[in-house]
Ligand binder design. Structure first.
Ligand code: BG6
Length: 481
C-alpha cells in the first residue's frame, strides 16, 4: 500500500511562463510573447483574457519591450535556473517537469538547422538537474509555438507544421538523449478553448474556426505519434506520455438530462487521450464530426502512424471540476482553467473562479486508469492564490498546505485502490506568470518570487511555509501529509 518506491515527486513549469529572456541568444518570437497583461479585464473572463486577432498580434510585434507582455520576462528563469534547481533539490524533488521553448531551438520554426545556443542552454539545465538526481520530464510543446509558423500557416491548422515539429522533436531527442520521460503536447484538448495559445490559430484568419481547430488537433495527433516513434528509436527505454486537461464534469442533478449532458462533455474531454492512447478515433467522435459538418483531412497513412505509435503513459492536469445540465439556464456558471461550466454548490471556489475539489482528483484517477489501463502521471495540480510577503521575507501560506494535503490524501486513496501512478508534479513549485491572465499575483509556488504584475520587484526567491511541508511529504514518500 502507499506510493511506489520510485514515485516521482516534483513540480512543473513551462518555458514561456518561467524563462523570460525572450530576445536572448537568438530566441525567436513565440505565440506566448503576444499575451498581454490586461488589468482592466475580469480575471474570470478567460475568453477575453486570451483573445487575439491579427491587429493585436501586429501591435505586439511592433512593441519591442516587455512592459505589457509579462511572458517575455517570466521570472528570468533563463538566468536563475541553477539557484532554482538548488531550491527544488532542497525540497527533495525526484523530478522536474519543464518545457523546451521551440523558438529557442528554431527561432522561426522552419530553419533547416537548429540554434546551437538554445541547445546548449537546455543541456546545462539537464546537467544541473542530473547533478541533483532530479529526473527531467520534458514537454515538447507548452503554448509556445514559433510565431512565424502561426503567421505563415495559421499554425497547426496546416499540415506543413507537422514536419517542422517532428524536426524540432528529433533535435531534442538527439541532443538530450539522457532524458527518459517526455510529453508531446501540453493540455492538447485546449486547442478548442484557446486555439491561438495552443495551436497558433489566428481566429480571424480561419474561414471555419471549428473545422480548423479539429484539423489542428488531428495534425497534432499525427505529429505526436511521429515524435513518439522517433523518441523510442533514438532513446531506448524512453517513455512518452500524452497530456490532457482533466475537466471532470458532474451532472448538476440526478435528472437523466443532466447526466446525459455531463456524459457528452466528458466524452469530448477524453477524446484526445483516446486517440493518443488507443490509437484510433472514438466512433462517437467521428459521428460528432459528421453531424457538425466537420470534414477533416486525414489519410490512411496518418491513421496507421497514430495506430502504431500510442503513448506509454497518460499524464494530465487537474485543478477543478464543473457541472453540466441539460438546460443550463438555471445554472450558476463559474470559470476555471479556460473553460466555463456550472458551479457546484458543495464546493468553494477561488478568486479566479476555480472550484476546489480534492475528491474530484480521486474520481479522475480512477476513471482514467479504468479507461486506459496505462500508468498515469499527475503533471499539474495546484491553486492560484494571493500571498503576503511579510517584512521578514516569510510567507505563511497555510491555505496552500491545506489544498495540497487534501488533494494528496485523495491521490493516496486512489493509489491504494489500485491505480498505477508514476508521479506527481505540482503546478508550479515556484511563482511564475499565469498562463491565462499573465498575472504574477496569481501565485502557485512553494517558493515566492518578488515580482508584481507590472514586473516591479527584486526577482529574489523566498521560501514559503509550504516549502517545508512539501519537503516532508517527499521525504516520507507521502506517508506524512
Ligand atoms: C494549465 C497550464 O492550464 O494551467 C499551465 O498547462 C497553467 O500553463 C496552469 O499555468 C494554471 O493556469 P493559470 O492560468 O492559473 O496560470
Amino acid at each position: 500500500m502507499g506510493f511506489r518506491k520510485d514515485f516521482l515527486w516534483g513540480g512543473a513549469i513551462a518555458a514561456n511562463q518561467y524563462e523570460g529572456a525572450w530576445n536572448v541568444d537568438n530566441r525567436g518570437l513565440s505565440v506566448s510573447d503576444i499575451a498581454r497583461y490586461q488589468p482592466n479585464v475580469d480575471v474570470k473572463d478567460y475568453k477575453k483574457q486570451v483573445a487575439v486577432n491579427t491587429e493585436t498580434i501586429q501591435q505586439a510585434i511592433g512593441d519591442e519591450t516587455d512592459t505589457h507582455y509579462p511572458k517575455r520576462r517570466g521570472i528570468d528563469g533563463y538566468h536563475y535556473y541553477k539557484e532554482d534547481i538548488e531550491l527544488f533539490a532542497k525540497m527533495g524533488f525526484k523530478t522536474l517537469r519543464f518545457s523546451i521553448a521551440w523558438s529557442r531551438l528554431f527561432p522561426q520554426g522552419d530553419e533547416v538547422t537548429p540554434n546551437q545556443a538554445g541547445i546548449e542552454h537546455y543541456k546545462k539545465v539537464i546537467k544541473a538537474l542530473k547533478a541533483h538526481n532530479i529526473e527531467p520530464l520534458v514537454t515538447l510543446s507548452h503554448y509556445e509555438m514559433p510565431l512565424n509558423l502561426s503567421l505563415k500557416y495559421n499554425g497547426w491548422a496546416s499540415k506543413q507544421v507537422i514536419d517542422d515539429f517532428v524536426k524540432f522533436s528529433k533535435v531534442c531527442f538527439e541532443s538530450f538523449n539522457d532524458v527518459k520521460y517526455w510529453l508531446t503536447f501540453n493540455e492538447i484538448d485546449s486547442v478548442t478553448r484557446h486555439p491561438f495559445t495552443s495551436a497558433g490559430i489566428i481566429p480571424d484568419k480561419s474561414k471555419n474556426l471549428e473545422q480548423d481547430e479539429y484539423q489542428a488537433l488531428h495534425n497534432q495527433f499525427v505529429a505526436s505519434a511521429m515524435a513518439t516513434k522517433l523518441c523510442h528509436e533514438i532513446i531506448p527505454g524512453s517513455q512518452v506520455g500524452c497530456m490532457l486537461t482533466k475537466l471532470t464534469t458532474y451532472p448538476a442533478t440526478a435528472k437523466p438530462e443532466d447526466v446525459l449532458a455531463s456524459l457528452n462533455i466528458n466524452l469530448m474531454n477524453y477524446y484526445c487521450a483516446d486517440v493518443q492512447s488507443k490509437g484510433k478515433y472514438p466512433k462517437l467522435v467521428l459521428q460528432f464530426f459528421k453531424k457538425n459538418n466537420i470534414e477533416l483531412a486525414m489519410t490512411d497513412d496518418e491513421l496507421t502512424i497514430i495506430h502504431d505509435n500510442t503513448v506509454d503513459f497518460i499524464s494530465f492536469s487537474y485543478y477543478m471540476s464543473l457541472l453540466a445540465a441539460g438546460d443550463e439556464s438555471g445554472l450558476e456558471m463559474t470559470s476555471g482553467n479556460t473553460i466555463v461550466g456550472g458551479k457546484n454548490p458543495y464546493l468553494q471556489s477561488t478568486e479566479w473562479g476555480w472550484t476546489v475539489d480534492p475528491t474530484g482528483l480521486r474520481i479522475s484517477l480512477v476513471e482514467l486508469y479504468d479507461r486506459y489501463e496505462k500508468p498515469l502521471f499527475i503533471v499539474e495540480n495546484g491553486m492560484g492564490s494571493r500571498d503576503i510577503l511579510e517584512p521578514n521575507h516569510q510567507i505563511h501560506d497555510q491555505y496552500r498546505i491545506d489544498y495540497f494535503r487534501a488533494h494528496l490524501s485523495e491521490m493516496k486513496k486512489a493509489v491504494d485502490s489500485g491505480v498505477d501512478l508514476l508521479g506527481y508534479t505540482s503546478w508550479a513549485p515556484i511563482d511564475l506568470v499565469s498562463a491565462s491572465t499573465s498575472q504574477m499575483s496569481k501565485r502557485y509556488g512553494f517558493i515566492y518570487v518578488d515580482l508584481d504584475d507590472e514586473g516591479n520587484g527584486s526577482g529574489k526567491r523566498y521560501i514559503k511555509d509550504s516549502f517545508n511541508w512539501y519537503k516532508n511529504v517527499i521525504a516520507t514518500n507521502g506517508a506524512d501529509l
